[in-house]
Ligand binder design. Structure first.
Ligand code: DAH
Length: 341
């Protein structure tokens, strides 16, 4: 009787396992046949009703059935796992003949382009490009430029101060608010004659549609014997024609800077790209004030100097005819903007 049932159990298990469609069918069969409350367990309970001399044989048979069903289930599980893996392999197969993905190619930031252009124009004219720390001393940004402590002219340079004790020789530590601090540094090296261009990052406490707290300036300087205003005008004209084009004119208007005397503001003539006809303000220039030469230990009776300087961002935007509503766009790193150049 039990023997019959065991045989029938094995046959049904064989069929059920063969018909199983997926892993969860198999899991259910495992429980139904071999589980603690499964069919085999039921039959084992009936074992006590068998004759005692039959029991060892029936026990051995039950074990064989159990092992056989376990084997069937395990083989089926393996085959489901294999076919799942095969499916995954098929899906993930690499097509080595497919053309590669080209990485997007970037380019230099617009300001680096502008800086390179400016550098080239001046180095072609014999200027040496110099660079100085962006974290600067008051001495070079103001004191040596004829702006003693507490002079109201300093207010124009909305300066960031570094929170450290002042240095006895150099004064307070600041973020340089203009590239002219580089000019004070070159002068103090006294390697005469001088023909140098300092292009650097500058910092001011200002942010709005037309200002960013970090921007770039370049500051040019020539110190030699017998320089006069015509040399300055010649250099300005050379730069404007090289950077903006041969039809452009430059003019200077009297102005006041503490470190130059006389001082000027420099304008360039506009063209159709710029939208309006007339003149646009470019930057500042002048002949170095004798006090600035003296502060660096250079005799103003022997040497004269000329200087000029202005913002890279503004200059670049004028050349490209970029009418930007918000100068901060330059530094937002939005590819929709940058990719246009
Ligand atoms: N440094 C000045 C500024 O930030 C610009 C300037 C004016 C630079 C006259 C010069 C100069 O070298 O001669 O506004």
């Amino acid at each position: 009787m039990i023997e019959e049932s065991l045989r029938s159990l094995l046959n049904r298990a064989r069929k059920a396992v063969t018909d199983a469609k997926n892993m969860s069918d198999i899991d259910a069969l495992d429980i139904a046949f071999l589980g603690r409350k499964g069919e085999l367990a039921d039959l084992m309970k009936q074992m006590s009703s068998a004759k005692s001399e039959d029991r060892p044989k029936l026990g051995a048979m039950a074990n064989e059935v159990k092992t056989e069903i376990e084997k069937l289930i395990s083989l089926k599980r393996d085959s489901f796992a294999m076919s799942g893996l095969q499916k995954q392999l098929d899906q993930e197969r690499e097509d080595v003949t497919e053309p590669g993905i080209k990485p997007a190619q970037g380019h230099l930031h617009l300001m680096n382009h502008a800086i390179r252009d400016i550098e080239k124009i001046f180095t072609d004219a014999g200027f040496v490009r110099v660079r100085y720390p962006e974290v600067e001393w008051d001495k070079y940004a103001f004191e040596n430029l004829n702006m003693p402590a507490d002079h109201p002219a300093r207010d124009e340079w909305e300066t960031f101060f570094v929170d450290t004790p002042p240095d006895a020789k150099n004064g307070k530590m600041i973020l340089t608010p203009h590239a002219t601090s580089g000019t004070a540094r070159i002068l103090s090296e006294k390697d005469l004659p001088i023909r140098a261009i300092n292009i650097s990052k500058t910092y001011r406490r200002q942010i709005d549609l037309t200002h960013v707290p970090m921007f770039h300036q370049f500051d040019g300087l020539i110190v030699d014997k017998g320089l006069n205003l015509t040399h300055l005008l010649g250099i300005l004209d050379y730069f404007v024609k090289s950077f903006f084009g041969p039809d452009r004119k430059v003019r200077v208007r009297p102005y006041h800077f503490r470190f130059t005397e006389p001082s000027f503001e420099v304008d360039i003539s506009t063209d159709s790209k710029m939208g309006k006809n007339g003149w646009l303000e470019l930057g500042g220039a002048g002949m170095l004030h004798p006090n600035v030469l003296k502060a660096a230990g250079i005799d103003p009776e022997v040497y004269t100097g000329l200087a000029f300087g202005w913002g890279v961002e503004r200059t670049y935007m004028m050349r490209e005819g970029l009418h930007m509503d918000d100068i901060r766009t330059l530094y937002k790193n939005d590819l929709r903007f940058l990719n246009q150049f």
